[in-house]
Every structure is written in structure tokens, then in C-alpha cells.
Design a protein around this ligand. Structure first.
Ligand SMILES: NC(=O)c1ccc[n+]([C@@H]2O[C@H](COP(=O)([O-])OP(=O)(O)OC[C@H]3O[C@@H](n4cnc5c(N)ncnc54)[C@H](O)[C@@H]3O)[C@@H](O)[C@H]2O)c1
Length: 334
């Protein structure tokens, strides 16, 4: 496949900005459409000089804009989405509407102009399944609709159904990636992302807040590994019509993560357990483990994650620490 011009919805966000960088480094021309709802202009600042980059500040749910932009491109990465547990709990209507409406507009334009489209879905889609590791075709176990956090998972699952429907009905080349926890520089802790929140607290000497018992575990993958996987889909027509897990299967409890961050940053912060009710209001639901089966990603993309959790944490801490933080510089240099 020869994809020279790529459109990225949500390209000013955390993962989108790294993907933009990755694709520009591969000599592609990139257009970003982002409404800056959770993304930030500053995420792309360092790429502003690049003549192959266009940035449009607008909603990807705008059919007139998409009607104009989609036909000009060879491949569409659809990342634009409401993201983050806190955002979802606080703004459930916006979450569901934004996810479903935007995907509807993006995929129908891709269908109209026969453009390949990749949807970033999420490991949340597995819900409360305990069938570890999660395989892409395994059953999903969804929580009750009265628990708002599942709105995100259900909306993303509906996105997957819609995208796959285009594949079944008209053979549109579609790609679905279920991302597991992705972390790295530029991710903000504002919407409930655990790793940047804990690193920020550790660097500021503030209490490090761990929700629930801290015994729940997750697998944290470097955004650099993730965008490397995403870029591979441009040359991988064999992955069309399939769902692929992307992440790492290196598991750590959230309490263990807090301890690791404390040690790597040399922080004196206390680790504080906060009950879920206090953090998210009554009736919050969570899953204990979330580990991907990565067989399909390896077989179809030839991809496996490379970076260790220690390296990821050090990278995030270095990006967040003030330049004159001599103590941290000493700890990180060890
Ligand atoms: N970060 C993770 O660990 C993770 C895990 C699973 C899935 N994902 C998925 O990856 C994608 C990117 O997530 P992220 O972590 O970079 O989050 P992010 O919030 O940084 O990025 C989302 C971007 O989409 C933009 N956006 C939202 N709605 C829009 C709309 N209607 N039109 C245009 N732009 C819009 C936001 O401004 C933001 O820049 C999302 O689809 C998300 O569901 C992320």
C-alpha cells in the first residue's frame, strides 16, 4: 500500500500527537483534525515547522469538513474520542454522544470515498471478563448500565460493531485496535489517568493517591511502542476486518506501581489508599486485571512492545520535573 497522505482525528491528543510525529518521520503528509476538548495545541508545537503537517481545529463530527477532507487522504486514523474515567463519570452524555456521533460521521465518509480507516478502541471493551489473557474474539462481560463508567466501553464496542459492519457489507478496509493502558510524555493526569497523576504527586511531594485496595493490576505500554504498532497498519492489508490488541502483558498492581514510582523518583510522598466511592462517587465498578493476548499483533504486524516500565516512568518524570530539580536529576541519573 502506498499511503502518502494520512488524516488523524484527535491528532492533538496524547497518542495522536505521538502518531503524528511518527508518521511525519516516515515522510508522510499528515492532516490533524482536533477540537482541543482534551487535546492541546502545545502537543504539536514542536512539529509546527514541518510543511507536511496541517492542523485543523474543528470537530471530526462535522460532516461538511469531513466531506472535504476525507477524499484528499489515503488513510484515516480515527482517534478522536472522549477519554478518561473521570471525564466519563462526570460527563456521561457528552461521552456517549461524542464517541458514537464522531465515529458515525468518520466511517460513513470513509465508506463513501472508499478510504481505509483505523479505529482506536479500548481494552475497556472486555469489561469485567476474567478470562485472562484477553483474546480479541472472546466474549465480553459488561457491567450494569446504571454504572456510568461502562458507558465508555459500550460506546466503543458500538463503534467496533459499526466499523466492522462496513467491512462485512462493502468490504471497506477497516482496522480495529484495542489499546491497553498507554503511557508516556504529554499524557495528562487531569482526566483520571493513573500514571501521570502518581508521577506528578511523587515529584511534588504530595500524597500519592491509589484508588480502591491498590491490588487491581494493569499493564502499561509505552506510547512510542504503541505508535510504532499503529504505523504498521499502513502496510498491513491482511489485518483488515480484524480486531487487534495492542499493549504489553507485563502486569503490575497499582500499589506496586506507586511504590516503583516513589523509588524511581526518590520521592518521600506517602501512598494513600482512597476508596472508590470517595474518588468517583457511589456505585463505581472496576475490574481486577486486564492483560492482553498479543499473539495476533505479533502474527499480523510482526510487533511486540520493547520498552520497560522503569524506562517509561523515568521518561515521564524527566518530562514533568522542573529543569532545576537537582535531587531528581541525581536520582534519574543513577
Ligand atoms: N491512553 C490510553 O491509555 C488509551 C487506552 C485505550 C484506548 N485509547 C483510545 O486512544 C485514542 C486516543 O486517546 P488519548 O489517550 O490520546 O486521549 P486524548 O484525550 O489525549 O486524545 C483524544 C483527542 O481527541 C480529541 N477529540 C475528542 N473529541 C473530538 C471530536 N469530536 N473531534 C475532534 N477531536 C476530538 C481531543 O481533543 C483529544 O485531542 C482514543 O480513541 C481512546 O479511546 C487510549
Amino acid at each position: 500500500m502506498n499511503h502518502r497522505r494520512v488524516l488523524i482525528t484527535g491528532g492533538a491528543g496524547f497518542i495522536g500527537s505521538h502518531l503524528t510525529e511518527e508518521l511525519l518521520s516516515r515522510d508522510l503528509a499528515v492532516t490533524v483534525i482536533d477540537n482541543l476538548s482534551t487535546g492541546n495545541w502545545s502537543n504539536l508545537d514542536h512539529l509546527g515547522h514541518n510543511k507536511r503537517l496541517r492542523v485543523i481545529v474543528a470537530s471530526a463530527a462535522d460532516p461538511k469538513l469531513l466531506e472535504k477532507e476525507v477524499p484528499r487522504h489515503d488513510f484515516v486514523y480515527h482517534l478522536a474520542s472522549a477519554v478518561g474515567v473521570k471525564l466519563i463519570i462526570d460527563h456521561p452524555v457528552h461521552t456517549v454522544q461524542n464517541i458514537v456521533e464522531t465515529t458515525e460521521v468518520v466511517t460513513s465518509m470513509c465508506s463513501k470515498y472508499r478510504k481505509p480507516v483505523l479505529l482506536t478502541s479500548t481494552s475497556e471493551v472486555y469489561g469485567k471478563s476474567e478470562d485472562i489473557p484477553f483474546r480479541e474474539d472472546a466474549d465480553i462481560v459488561m457491567g450494569a448500565t446504571s454504572k456510568r463508567r461502562w458507558a465508555y466501553a459500550c460506546a466503543k464496542a458500538l463503534d467496533e460493531f459499526l466499523v466492522l459492519a462496513h467491512y462485512y457489507e462493502t468490504n471497506l478496509p477497516v482496522f480495529i485496535v484495542r489499546l491497553f493502558n498507554t503511557v508516556g510524555p504529554r499524557q495528562t493526569g487531569r482526566y483520571g489517568m493513573v500514571l501521570p497523576s502518581l508521577v506528578g504527586q511523587a515529584l511534588n511531594g504530595a500524597p500519592m493517591t491509589v484508588y480502591g485496595t491498590g491490588r487491581q493490576s494493569r499493564c502499561f505500554c509505552s506510547v512510542h511502542d504503541v505508535v510504532n504498532a499503529l504505523a504498521r497498519f499502513l502496510e498491513c492489508p491482511g489485518a483488515a476486518g480484524k480486531v487487534l490488541n495492542i499493549g504489553t502483558n507485563e502486569e503490575i498492581t497499582i500499589h506496586g506501581l506507586a511504590q516503583k514510582i516513589k523509588q524511581l523518583t526518590g520521592s518521600r510522598s506517602e501512598i494513600q489508599l482512597i476508596p472508590y466511592d470517595q474518588a468517583y462517587g457511589p456505585g463505581f465498578d472496576d475490574m481486577m486485571r486486564r492483560v492482553p493476548d498479543l499473539t495476533r499483533a505479533k502474527e499480523l504486524l510482526g510487533w511486540t512492545p520493547k520498552r520497560s516500565l522503569d524506562d517509561i516512568i523515568i521518561g515521564i518524570a524527566s518530562a514533568l520535573a522542573p529543569a532545576d530539580d537537582g535531587i531528581l536529576a541525581g536520582v534519574l541519573a543513577r
